[in-house]
Ligand binder design. Sequence first.
Ligand code: SF4
Ligand code: FES
Length: 254
Amino acid sequence: MAKNLNLTLRIWRQDGPQASGRLVDYQVEDISDEMSFLEMLDVLNERLIKKGEIPVEFDSDCREGICGTCGLTIDGVAHGPVAGVSCCQLHMRHYQDGDTITIEPFRAAAFPVIRDLVVDRSAFDRIVQAGGYVGINTGNAPDANALPIAKDMADLAMDSATCIGCGACVASCPNGSAALFTGAKISQYTFLPQGQPERRRRALRMVAAMDEAGFGNCSNHAECEAVCPKGISIGNIARMRREYMRAALTRRDD
Ligand code: SF4
Ligand code: FES
């Protein structure tokens, strides 16, 4: 049976990239525990608008754990307390009446705050633009099964391709590293025949773009894997390193 919750929300408010931010307390009453976390924020915003106050800015799109745009640090954890879900899939039934919840943006040097809980994650786009695609002209789509791919290879590629680019791995890393994201984006092509022609160039360029964007280096804390809503394995980081070393040592940029 549904319960209603009365909560204290401590929310990071920041008027713009150059403004200094601060945590502001809001009391929200009668929040159904059947709501999602983002619906709870919608209710807060409707009430703020009715009072003539400026609503809290946060990102979302699909609200189904697919698009990767939602990103909140909830009580110090990227995407909140439930493992394996993005914060749009977090439900208020995980909270108790009277709880205080602290909500902040993803914190990372390469993800500057735009406003309130919204950060600029375009550094991820620049990494993908550097090589996260198959650039050859493949003509029309082939018939299904015209290019056989072993199931274990297809499964490995798919495991990496499930990365939704949310950035929680960066926000949780003490170094602000994008190694898990970049490793996943490199790996998803490594196992497929279509990914072979640009394999070395892809690794070199995507790692270079990651470094240029100001992300820190990976030092194997594995916090990224712990918070990733899609269960991306840190094995992808080891694979990225192998791909990079192979390309660098053979001095090929093909
Ligand atoms: S690796 Fe996981 S945490 Fe990082 S961007 Fe991809 S889905 Fe998000
Ligand atoms: S809103 Fe799309 S993953 Fe959360």
